[in-house]
Design a protein around this ligand. Sequence first.
Ligand code: G6P
Length: 461
Amino acid sequence: MVAPRSAQILVASNRGPISYALRDDGSLESKRGGGGLVSGLSAIGSEADAVWVCAAMSDGDREAVRREVGEPGVRMLDIDRELFADAYNGIANSVLWFVHHLLYQTPLEPVFDAEFRRQWASYEAYNRAFAEALAVDAAPEATVLVQDYHLSLVPGMLRAYRPDLSIGHFSHTPWAPPDYFRLLPDDIAAQLLSGMLGADRTAFLTRRWADAFTACCEDVLGGVGKTRIGVHSLGADGDFLRRRAHQPDVEQRLLELREQAGLGRKTIVRVDRTELSKNIVRGLHAYRELLTAHPEWREHVTHVALSYPSRQDLTVYRDYTAEVFDLAERINAEFGTPGWTPVVLHVKDDFARSLAAYRMADVALVNPIRDGMNLVAKEVPVVSDHGCALVLSREAGAYEELGEDALTVNPYDVSATADALHEALLMPDAERAERTKRLAAAATALPPQRWFLDQLNALRA
Ligand code: G6P
C-alpha cells in the first residue's frame, strides 16, 4: 500500500498496467497490459516514490483489490460496478469517444436525455474517486499526470483539493473540431473543458488535436485561461520491438501465418482492435474492389486481418465485429479457391501473432476514420523483415510524421484505398526498403520513455 502523502510522481488512467482474472478454482491470474500507454508510463517504474492510480475494470480486478493482491506502486480503485459501467461504457466510450472520433450517425444520434444525465452523474462520481485517491497519495508539491478522456474532470477536482500539486493532462485521442464538439449540451461541454483546464498543462499527440482543443475552449469558454497547451507525439519502442519480434513464439506464429497466407503470395496486413474508428469494414471493401478491378491479383495476394475484440459490452461494437466477420466471409465465398483464402481473419488477441504479421507484411493497411496517433503504423516499419509499403489514412495522428513515405488515403474513399493498395503491391523492392527505413527512423524518434519524461519536464518547467 502507498503511504498517504508520500508519492512524488502520480499517474492516473482508467486502464492500468495490470489486470486480474478469476480462475475457476477461485485463484487470481494476473496479466500485464501492452500498448504504448503502458510502455510509456512504465518509465515511472524506475522511480521508487511513484504511484499509478487506475480503475478496477473487471470482477477479477475488484476481487484483487478486496484481497489486497497487487503490485507495488499500482493503486486500483474499486469503484461500484454499475457506476463504473455508466462512466466507462456510457459516457467515456459511447459519448466522448464518439465525439472525438466523429462517429455519430447524426440523424438519429446523439440524444442527450435523462438517461444521459444519470450516466453523467456517474462519470462525475468516477472522476471524483480518482481525484480523491490522488489527493490522498500525493506528497506536497508532487507531480500528477492524468490520462485521457475518461478522466477529463480530474484536473479541476484535484486542483480544488490540492492547490499545491503540479497537474498535467494528456489526451491519447483526437480532439473534435468546435462545430462537432458543440453537439454536447452546453453545460457539459463547458464542464469538460474547465475540468481539463484545471491542469497546469494539457497536452495532445499532435498539433492538430491541440489546436482543435484550443478552438473549442475559445468557442465555449472564451479562451484557455492560464493553462499551457502542449504537444508530445508518441513513437514506437524500437529496442523492445526488435528484440521481442525475434523470440520463438513470434517465429512460430510467422510459420503459421505464412502457411495460411500461402507461400509466395504477397500479403496486405492490418492489425487493430475491432474498433469503429479503425474503419475495418471500408478496408475490406477496398480489398474487394482491388480483387474486382485487378483480377490479376487473385490468388497472388492474401489479406491478413488481425481484428481483436474490443468494448464488447457495447451493442454497436458487437454489431461492428459481426459485420467484419460477415464481410470477410462474403469475400472468401466470392473469390476463394481450393488453394487460396483471400481474407485470413484472426480475432484472438495475440501480441506475438501481431508481430509476426508485421514482419511478413508487404503492405500494411492503416485507414482509420480518425485516430489520436496509431501505433501500428509506427510499429510495422520497425520490425518489417523485407520492407513494407504503408497505406495510411491522413486522419491518423501518425500522418503528421509518416505522411511523406506512406501512400496516404482519405479513409472514406474506398476506391482510392483500393488504388493505393494496388500501387503499394507494385512498389519496387528497393523503393519499399528505402521508404521503410525512413518510416522506421521517424517512428522511433520519440520512444515512449522520452514521451513520458518530456511531459514531466515540461510540466515542472
Ligand atoms: C485508446 C484510448 C486508451 C484506451 C485504449 C483501449 O487507445 O486512448 O485510453 O485504453 O484505447 O481501449 P479500452 O477501452 O479497452 O481501454
